[in-house]
Design a protein around this ligand. Structure first.
Ligand code: AMP
Ligand code: GLY
Length: 437
């Protein structure tokens, strides 16, 4: 079996390991955006190219006689890589372009959920001009979020009180978006705790993964600029310490209803991952956004504790016979921490040597933005390496992750507080207060 993996970050390193762990013999081929030695060492073929150029991916797939593909990041989904592979009968785990709109267009997703009566959206309105912007922001009492439409590399969302200090600042930002030809959503600011609940989907059936909490702010105590995600944790019961079982149930139901809605709208099967980014609020679980791929770092929490055979799981998504018993996860807690370059995200140092050789458990170390040169391993200016600790409790998993990530040398930093009891207790207290407990 020849399998294609598109992408080359820590998420894809984790996917590559899961593929190689399968009992089914396979040759793995990676079409990568950078030279990741961790993935390369697992591959029969590895090429660095333009992963969002469908013709380039197709060419690599045909040369290597690929049977099926796993698409890691969102950009190739948006570019139509799955569509072009489909056209030559190479199936993918990853939705076709039209269905990937769940991630690539925030207004598409809000309108889909509203049309299908899925009660998970905050109040929102879509704008293509400044008409009514001031009135709508005022009607939300100044608690608002502005979301530029389309993939903006994490820079498309500004939250009042956080990035926008006043109603006037919000209006100026909207004017800037209009001036640069962009459309946007304004929506009610949700108050609560965020979590990710990803589900495998074959178009008809879903299989849910454990809930995970990410930490998007760069510095300890949830301060500093937004990042791609500095680290994540999950608990042995597949819930999170600040969630109720009703919250998990609600998030799963939202994913199930959304899968049904998108199938109904396009009569096409959504094959891949439905990644719900949720907020637990005092009024229940609300949807912040959908992603059409596995999360990074969330993948490092879930795939290492997958007990089921990963290739069999992927094949059931492709064949349309997915069920929860094909995606069984161990009852273990996980804490993942990313080491990132000093100055990350805005002024990250670039092309500096790092050393990972002191890490004891290299099986749980995942390489992200790195480049192997003859004299060693270099960081390339973004999230660099991730380590996931796995244990019976979050506290134990945190200790393991903290110890191991500290063994990596180079001009890097990480968040010492992710997964600590102190930080988690703050989340629990916040939710108790919101729920008046
Ligand atoms: P998104 O790209 O939609 O995930 O937004 C990025 C981040 O902005 C989220 O992870 C939240 O922290 C925040 N955010 C987005 N929408 C809302 C909302 N309606 N209320 C509060 N925070 C939000
Ligand atoms: N964990 C955030 C993301 O994957 O988009």
């Amino acid at each position: 079996m020849n399998i294609l993996l598109v992408g080359s970050g820590a998420r894809e390193h984790t996917i590559a390991r899961a593929i190689k762990k399968s009992k089914h013999t396979n040759n793995l081929f990676c079409f990568a955006s950078s030279n990741n030695p961790g993935i390369k060492s697992l591959c029969a073929g590895y090429e660095v190219g333009k992963i969002s150029e469908p013709a380039a991916v197709l060419n690599f797939a045909q040369i290597n006689k690929i049977d099926w593909a796993f698409i890691g990041p969102e950009a190739p989904l948006e570019a139509g890589v799955v569509d072009i592979l489909d056209a030559v009968s190479i199936p993918s785990v990853g939705p076709i372009k039209q269905l990937a709109q769940l991630e690539t267009s925030k207004s598409f997703t809000r309108d889909l959920l509203t049309k299908y009566n899925i009660p998970a959206c905050p109040g929102y309105k879509f704008f293509t001009s400044m008409n009514g912007v001031k009135e709508f922001i005022e009607s939300l009492g100044g608690n608002y979020v502005v979301k530029a439409d389309g993939l903006m590399g994490g820079k498309g969302v500004k939250v009042s009180g956080d990035h926008l200090a006043s109603i006037d600042e919000g209006i100026s930002w909207c004017q800037e978006l209009i001036n640069s030809g962009k459309t946007f959503l304004i929506e009610e600011k949700l108050i609560g705790q965020e979590f990710s609940l990803m589900s495998w989907c074959d178009g008809e059936h879903l299989a849910h993964m454990p809930a995970v909490q990410d930490h998007t702010r760069a510095f300890v105590g949830d301060t500093g600029p937004n990042t791609g995600g500095m680290g994540t944790y999950s608990d042995g019961d597949h819930s999170l310490p600040f969630l109720t079982s009703a919250d998990i149930d609600q998030a799963r139901k939202i994913n199930e209803a959304t899968a049904k809605a998108i199938k109904n709208k396009f009569n096409e099967n959504y094959k891949g991952i439905l990644y719900g980014g949720f907020m637990a609020t005092k009024d229940g679980v609300k949807l912040i956004e959908y992603n059409a791929r596995l999360g990074d770092p969330e993948t490092m929490n879930v795939l290492p504790i997958l007990e089921s055979d990963f290739i069999e799981l992927c094949q059931s998504i492709i064949d349309g016979n997915l069920s929860q018993d094909k995606a069984i996860f161990s009852n273990l807690a996980t804490v993942c921490k990313y080491a990132v370059p000093n100055g990350y995200p805005d002024e990250a140092v670039k092309n500096e040597l790092i050393n990972i050789s002191a890490v004891t458990d290299s099986d749980h170390l995942y390489l992200a933005s790195v480049d192997q040169k003859t004299d060693g391993l270099y960081e390339t200016g973004s999230r660099t390496v991730a380590f996931v600790g796995i244990a019976s409790t979050i506290a134990q998993a945190e200790q393991i992750a903290e110890t191991e990530i500290n063994k990596i040398t180079g001009p890097l930093f990480h968040r010492e507080d992710i997964g600590t009891t102190e930080l988690i207790n703050k989340r629990i207290e916040m939710m108790k207060e919101l729920r008046n407990i």
